[in-house]
Each structure stands twice: as structure tokens, then as C-alpha cells.
Design a protein around this ligand. Sequence first.
Ligand SMILES: NC(=O)c1ccc[n+]([C@@H]2O[C@H](COP(=O)([O-])OP(=O)(O)OC[C@H]3O[C@@H](n4cnc5c(N)ncnc54)[C@H](OP(=O)(O)O)[C@@H]3O)[C@@H](O)[C@H]2O)c1
Length: 245
Amino acid sequence: MAQRAALVTGASSGIGLAIADMLGQEGYALTVAARRPEKLEAAAEGLRGKGYDVQHIAGNLGDEDTINAVVAAHGERFGRLDVLVNNAGIGMGEAVDALTTKKVDLQLNTNLRSIFLFYRAAMPLLRAAGEEHHNALVINTASISGIRGEAWLGVYSATKHGVVGFTQAMNKELASAGIKSTALAPGFVDTAMTDFIKEHVPADSMIQSEDIAEGVRFLIRTSPGCVVPEIRFEQPGGGLDSLPS
Ligand SMILES: NC(=O)c1ccc[n+]([C@@H]2O[C@H](COP(=O)([O-])OP(=O)(O)OC[C@H]3O[C@@H](n4cnc5c(N)ncnc54)[C@H](OP(=O)(O)O)[C@@H]3O)[C@@H](O)[C@H]2O)c1
């Protein structure tokens, strides 16, 4: 059995890939999951090339059966789960007058519902890790728009507020089981998700995915008696709030 193992969703690019890379550096065996198979395969190959023990599983994480299958495959391969990173997400900007129901459902299912279902599926493995070392950790990628809602990103903001709230609830519910949860709340990060705004906000002025991964490195090093409910990562000067409307 691996000494420590982690499962990272949305790990085929951006923030998830940077977190997976950092966890590999720290000696974690990894299951990485994301939607598009070719993109995930390439990312997993890159991680294996660095010497990490990596299993990859592609699928739509808005789907309950896929979530259960990913967690089951992780358990079968590695036999333990010390760190779960619920990071897969999508953002779709729309005015409230013209919300597309399909886009509403996609964001709810991917950004929020999947996190509830991942916790449920992973509870036996997380409880076992918590019992062993009192320091099992679940990281949930929220957003700065999960702290303050953003115009035209109302549905996305609502899902990310939900992530922050669920994270707080899990800290109360699972404290005695040795399972801690942290919500990550970044502003603009230089990933594919922010390509739409790079004409106005230069990529090199944004937060970098590695900054987020360093935040997670700090989290995995905290002692069992220290929980960090959320971390905000902001651009100097305000980021989203400073954009002209
Ligand atoms: N970039 C930012 O400015 C920013 C700021 C705050 C929060 N966030 C959050 O950070 C997280 C990661 O985003 P990112 O910026 O790193 O963007 P990214 O590079 O586009 O990564 C998104 C990841 O999620 C996966 N994914 C999306 N929908 C999925 C689905 N239905 N099933 C399985 N996997 C799915 C993607 O896989 P595919 O590419 O195959 O779909 C990809 O691996 C998201 O939760 C996002 O909301 C990002």
C-alpha cells in the first residue's frame, strides 16, 4: 500500500494539475481525474515522467456513477486516501435575464453537487486515514466569487458560495473523525479558464497555478490541531472587483 495517497479532480490542466504535481513532489501516490481523456492522458504521462505513481481516470464528474467509480478505482489501486482535492469546475458567464437552463445545471452539477457526492463516496477511506493519523484533508476549490458574488457570474458565484458553506459544515461535522476541509478562493488565475479575459487582464499579472499549489503544500503540513477553513488568493489591487462593468 502507498504510504500516502491523494485523489485530484480537474487535474488535466491549470490549478488541479499544479496541485497534483506538488503532491507528487511530496511523495503522494495519485489518482487524477478529469473530463477529456486525451488531455488527461497527456497530463498523467507528464506526471509519471517526473517519477510519480499516477493512475488516471477520465469521465464526466457531474455524473454520480462516474464519481463512485473514480473513488472505487482509487481505493482498489492505492488502498488509502489521505488528501482529496475537489477541484474540477466550470464557469459560464450569462446575464440573469437570459440564463440557459443547461448551463445552470452544468455548473451546479460540476462545481457543487459533485463535491457532495465525492465526500460521500470517499468517507470510508477518509475516515480510515483520519483514524490513523487525525489529519485527513479535503481541499475544495471555490473562488473569490464564492466570497463576494460577481456580475454575470451569478450561477458560478452561487455554486462557489455553496462550496465555501459546505466546507465550513464539513469542518464541524468531521472534526472528531480527524478529517479537515479547506476551501480555496482565488481571483483570476492564469489558466485556460481565464483565456476569455486575458485581452484585458494580462496573464502575467494574474495569480499562478503554482501559487495555489504552494497554498496546498502549506495545508498538508499543518498539524492535526490546526484547520484552515479557507484561503483567499487575490491579485494586488483587487482583481475582479476592479474591472470596469
Ligand atoms: N482560473 C481561475 O481564474 C479560477 C479562479 C477561481 C477558481 N477557479 C476554479 O479552479 C478550478 C480549476 O480551474 P482552472 O482555472 O484550473 O481551469 P482549467 O485549466 O480549465 O481546469 C478545469 C479542470 O476541470 C475539469 N473539468 C471541468 N468540467 C469537468 C467535468 N464535468 N468532469 C470532469 N472534469 C471536468 C477540466 O477537464 P477538461 O478540460 O477535460 O474539461 C480540467 O481538468 C475550477 O473549479 C474553477 O472554478 C479558477
